[in-house]
Design a protein around this ligand. Structure first.
Ligand code: SAH
Ligand code: SF4
Length: 439
C-alpha cells in the first residue's frame, strides 16, 4: 500500500512541476512514506531521517534547498513528536491527507516548516486525488479499500489508517482501465482488509469484492488479477467461488492467520478459529486445486504458551505454505495487547521465531523444488541482477529468473522450471526449448 501511496504522491505533485528524483541528494522535496506496524519499522524512520538531513546540509552548502516530510503511518501516530526528535523536519502528515501535499509544500516554502496534517477528512482523499498518471509498468497496484474496523488487539492499522472505506466500482474500474491502457497486464488490488470491500456499484447499491473481481476480469488486455491483504473472516462463499470461475484470478492467496491456537486467536480478537480457517483453505482447494497459500504469523503474543506455539507449528504443517512472513510480537503503543500483563520474554519469542522460520523455509524449498520440470506462464516484467537476465512472477508468486530472454521482456511467456532455490526458481523459455529440439 505504501508503494501505491508513494506513486499517488508523485501524481499529486506532478502538476506543480515535481518529478521523481533518483537520489535524495538531488531532490527539492524528500518524503519518507513510513510504516508503523512494528517498532523496528518506526525506528528505521529516525535513522533514515538522519541520512536525509546530511543530504540536505550538502545541498544547502552548494546553495540549494530541500524540504523534508514524514508521511504515512509513523507521521499519523507520532505527529508533533517527530519535530521533537527531528526538529529539521518541515512537514508531517498521515496516510489520509497526502492529497493536500501541494498546499502543505506551498505553506512550508512560505512559512518555513512545522506543518502537521493528521485529519481523517470526511471526504475521502480519493475524491481529491488527480487521476493516476505515471505508468506503473506491466504489473500495477490499485487501492480499492483502505482502513480497517477489525481491531485485532496487536494492530495499529485501525488507528493510523482509520476506519474502513471502499472506493466505488466506477472509480476502481476507471483506474484499472487506465492502468491497462498504460501497459499493465497484471493488477494487484490493495486494501488493509481488501476482501471487506463494499464499494458502491454501478446500480448505486453496495457491492461485494467477488463482484468487483468479476467485473474487472472483463477488461480486455488485463491478464492477471491478485489481491491483498485479505482477512479469513471476510472470505465468503461467493468470493471462494470466484477463485474457481475467474481464470484471470491468480492461484495464490495471501491469507494471514497469525496463530494456530484458538486461545491466542481469541486474545488477538481475530474473530475466527483455526477450524474456520482450515475450512476456507479446503473449500478454496476444492474449487481451484492448484491454489497455493501464503500467510503472516506473530509469535510470542502475550499469553502464548509452548502448547499454543506448538499448535501454530501444527497448523503450518497442515496447510503447507508456498511462502510466509513471520514476526515476533511487537507491542504497539495504544493497542490493547501492549498493556497485557502476560508479555512473553524476548528470548522465548526469538527462539520460537527461529523454529517457525526454519519450518517455513523448509516448506518454501519444498514448494519450489516441486515445480522443477513444470511449465508455467511467467510475466517477465523486470531486469534481473545479472546481465541478460529477466525476472518475473509465476502464477504462484514465485520469483522466476531466465537467461537470454530479452526479446520477451514485459510479456507473459511459458517457462519450464529447471532449478529451485529458497526464494526463487530458474527456468527456460518454452519456445527456446522447442527451438533447440528443432535445431
Ligand atoms: N490486514 C492484515 C495484516 C496487516 S499488518 C491482516 O489482517 O492479516 C501485516 C502483518 O504484520 C500482520 O499480518 C501481522 O502478522 C504483522 N503485525 C501487525 N502488528 C504486529 C505487531 N504488533 N507485532 C508483530 N507483528 C505485527
Ligand atoms: Fe490489523 Fe489486519 Fe487485524 Fe485490521 S484485520 S486490525 S489490519 S491485523
Amino acid at each position: 500500500m505504501n508503494v501505491y501511496d508513494s506513486a499517488r504522491m508523485a501524481d499529486v505533485m506532478a502538476p506543480l512541476g515535481y518529478k521523481l528524483a533518483d537520489e535524495a541528494e538531488d531532490a527539492d522535496l524528500v518524503i519518507l512514506n513510513t510504516c508503523h506496524i512494528r517498532e523496528r519499522a518506526e525506528e528505521k524512520v529516525y535513522s533514515d531521517l538522519g541520512r536525509v538531513r546530511k543530504a540536505r546540509s550538502a545541498k544547502e552548502e552548494a546553495g540549494g534547498k530541500m524540504l523534508i516530510a514524514v508521511g504515512g503511518c509513523v507521521g499519523q501516530a507520532e505527529g508533533e513528536e517527530i519535530f521533537r526528535r527531528a526538529p529539521y523536519v518541515d512537514m508531517v502528515f498521515g496516510p489520509q491527507t497526502y492529497h493536500q501535499l501541494p498546499e502543505m509544500v506551498t505553506r512550508a516554502i512560505r512559512g518555513g516548516g512545522g506543518i502537521v496534517e493528521l485529519d481523517f477528512p470526511v471526504e475521502p482523499k480519493f475524491d481529491f486525488l488527480p487521476e493516476q498518471s505515471l505508468p506503473q509498468g506491466r504489473s500495477a497496484y490499485l487501492a480499492v479499500q483502505e482502513g480497517c474496523d477489525k481491531f485485532c488487539t496487536f494492530c495499529v492499522v485501525p488507528y493510523t489508517r482509520g476506519t474502513e472505506y471502499s472506493r466505488s466500482v466506477k472509480e476502481v474500474e476507471a483506474e484499472a482501465r487506465k492502468l491497462v491502457a498504460q501497459g499493465a497486464v497484471e493488477i494487484t488490488l490493495l486494501g488493509q482488509n481488501v476482501n471487506a470491500y463494499h464499494g458502491i456499484g454501478m446500480d448505486g447499491k453496495e457491492g461485494t469484492f467477488a463482484n468487483l473481481i468479476r467485473r474487472l476480469a472483463e477488461i480486455d488486455g488485463l491478464e492477471r488479477i491478485r489481491y491483498m491483504t485479505s482477512h479469513p473472516r471476510d472470505m465468503d462463499d461467493d468470493l471462494i467461488a470466484v477463485h474457481g470461475k475467474v481464470k484471470k484470478l491468480m492461484p495464490c492467496l495471501h491469507l494471514p492467520v497469525q496463530s494456530g491456537s484458538d486461545a491466542i486467536l481469541a486474545r488477538m480478537n481475530r474473530k475466527h478459529k483455526v477450524d474456520f480457517y482450515l475450512n476456507i483453505i479446503e473449500k478454496l482447494r476444492a474449487v481451484r486445486p492448484d491454489i497455493v497459500f501464503t500467510s503472516d504469523f506473530i509469535v510470542g503474543f502475550p499469553g502464548e504458551t509452548d502448547i499454543d506455539f506448538a499448535a501454530t507449528l501444527k497448523l503450518v504443517e497442515t496447510v503447507g505454505y508456498a511462502q510466509a512472513y513471520s514476526f515476533t510480537y511487537s507491542p504497539r503503543p495504544g493497542t490493547p495487547a501492549a498493556v497485557d500483563e502476560a508479555q512473553v520474554p524476548e528470548g522465548v519469542k526469538t527462539e520460537r521465531l527461529a523454529q517457525l522460520q526454519a519450518l517455513i523455509v523448509r516448506q518454501q524449498i519444498q514448494f519450489n523444488s516441486a515445480s522443477v520440470g513444470k511449465t508455467v506462464p511467467v510475466l517477465l516484467d523486470r531486469e534481473g541482477k545479472f546481465a541478460g537476465q529477466l525476472l518475473g512472477k509465476s502464477p504462484y508468486m514465485q520469483s522466476v529468473h531466465v537467461q537470454g530472454a530479452h526479446a520477451y521482456a514485459g510479456q507473459i511467456v511459458d517457462v519450464t522450471i529447471t532449478e529451485a532455490y529458497q526464494n526463487s526458481v530458474a527456468g527456460m523459455i518454452q519456445s527456446h526449448i522447442e527451438r533447440k529440439h528443432v535445431g
